[in-house]
Ligand binder design. Structure first.
Ligand code: GP9
Ligand code: MN
Length: 425
């Protein structure tokens, strides 16, 4: 546990800010309905395929006065896919560079969102119509102090209402309503969708838009499957309104990770009308949609700042009026200006306001052009070339930060931290 002081100091100096969220407490005592939207990427938002709008409902939310939409929000997952995104959201720690932390460190001590909300009197649950041992969720949710997991056995799954991985999203939300309506409030409920999962199979009657026509069946199938999820979420909003839960809740919709891998770059470049998908483009394709919808609030807008899944925990806690003063986290509130200034991807790439670093090359974030690093005009003074590359200082922080997060997990270091003297606990 002797690394804890160093980690705390780093987090205080390099990550956290004294700036208070302008929205602090705006959703105090409200329910949190968190939708983890499977495999959706930001490029489908406000976009078309075959001349047809892909996500009409989500597009309407982008412009909704009660919604904040984060258009430069990145997933930060690796091999643990959905479970990595859950890990990031719950803990504001990074998942691991190999394997799934849900499996490898499912029995660690954590101080996650569920636990913190529990301490505030929230009932916390996850709803997901899949086997509870997939991604070791049953064990990890115990460690995260999730009160209840409504898994596959909580749903009526038949041949008619399922496809691919299991229960379709529309009956999933519909069947979930009885649980939500009888739940003790306030609650934090995470819904994990399933239909828009690779290979994106869909029954014909569920297909409202045509498939794309390219060399990649995966990409072709993706669009109608995304539309199905868009419709499922729209129906869910309707059910929430009907039940009366809507106005007492905030609704978060977040993409968990990419759906279209780089194996489909050729088809993707055709769809996007580009000659090729460059390493820069590849990083930009790691953006996933992030919506925070606050019924009754009227000042929502599109936020262009660079943000990511690591930021979700402090952002949500502050909206609910809960202090993170004593927490150890690597993300920032997405509503403040004084943030650390970059989003680290798990492979060491990063996105800052000005730059995107990938594969050791520093790109201008706005233009996508590699940044000149003045190597030929090197004065010969040691470190001069190094400092001429504007990505280098950020890269160092990224490496430091990923390493510290790893050491928390590998050493199970939260066993040695007393979080209990926080103001709210
Ligand atoms: C499985 C679902 C999908 O329960 O969360 O997992 P993924 O393959 O996307 O990580
Ligand atoms: Mn997933």
């Amino acid at each position: 546990g002797n690394e804890i002081p160093e980690i705390k100091e780093y987090v205080e100096e390099e990550v956290k800010s004294d700036e208070e969220s302008p929205l602090k407490g705006i959703a105090e005592d409200r329910n949190v309905i968190f939708i983890s939207a499977e495999s959706i990427q930001s490029f489908v938002i406000n976009n078309k395929v075959n001349g047809q709008v892909i996500t009409p409902f989500l597009n309407s939310l982008v412009n909704d006065e009660s919604t904040f939409y984060f258009e430069n929000f990145y997933h930060q997952t690796l091999q643990g896919k959905t479970s990595d995104s859950e890990f990031l959201v719950e803990n504001s720690l990074y998942p691991l560079s190999r394997g799934a932390v849900f499996f490898t460190h499912g029995q660690n001590e954590y101080h996650g969102l569920s636990e913190m909300l529990n301490n505030q009197g929230y009932f916390t649950s996850v709803l997901h119509a899949n086997n509870k041992s997939f991604w070791n969720r049953d064990q990890m949710y115990d460690s995260l102090e999730v009160d209840h997991f409504y898994g596959e056995e909580a749903y009526e799954v038949t041949e008619e209402n399922s496809i691919g991985w299991g229960l379709k999203d529309k009956p999933f939300f519909e069947q979930s309503m009885k649980y939500l309506q009888t739940m003790e409030q306030p609650f934090y409920s995470k819904f994990i969708t399933l239909t828009n999962h690779f290979p994106f199979h869909l029954d014909k009657e569920d297909r409202s838009i045509e498939k794309y026509d390219s060399s990649s069946n995966t990409l072709n199938n993706f669009f109608p499957a995304v539309r199905y999820m868009d419709e499922a979420i729209e129906e869910f909003f309707g059910q929430l309104k009907q039940s009366g839960l809507y106005k007492d809740s905030i609704i978060v919709i977040m993409g968990d990770h990419y759906g279209i891998s780089e194996n489909h770059n050729k088809a993707m470049s055709r769809y996007l009308g580009k000659d090729e998908i460059t390493p820069y483009d590849h990083v930009q394709l790691q953006r996933v949609p992030m919506f925070i919808h606050i019924p009754g609030y009227e000042d929502g807008k599109v936020i262009s700042e660079v943000t990511g899944q690591i930021d979700v925990k402090p952002t949500l806690l502050h909206l609910l009026g809960i202090s993170t003063e004593n927490d150890i986290q690597f993300g920032n509130d997405m509503f403040i200006d004084d943030r650390k200034g970059y989003i680290a991807l798990r492979n060491g790439d990063f996105i800052s306001d000005k730059y995107i670093s990938t594969g050791g090359i520093c790109y201008n974030r706005k233009t996508g052009e590699p940044v000149e690093t003045d190597e030929e005009t090197d004065t010969g003074v040691q470190d001069e070339t190094e400092t001429a590359n504007p990505c280098t200082p950020i890269k160092k922080k990224v490496e430091k930060e990923l390493g510290l997060s790893d050491s928390i997990i590998y050493g199970d270091l939260f066993r040695f931290v007393d979080f209990s003297n926080s103001k709210n606990e």
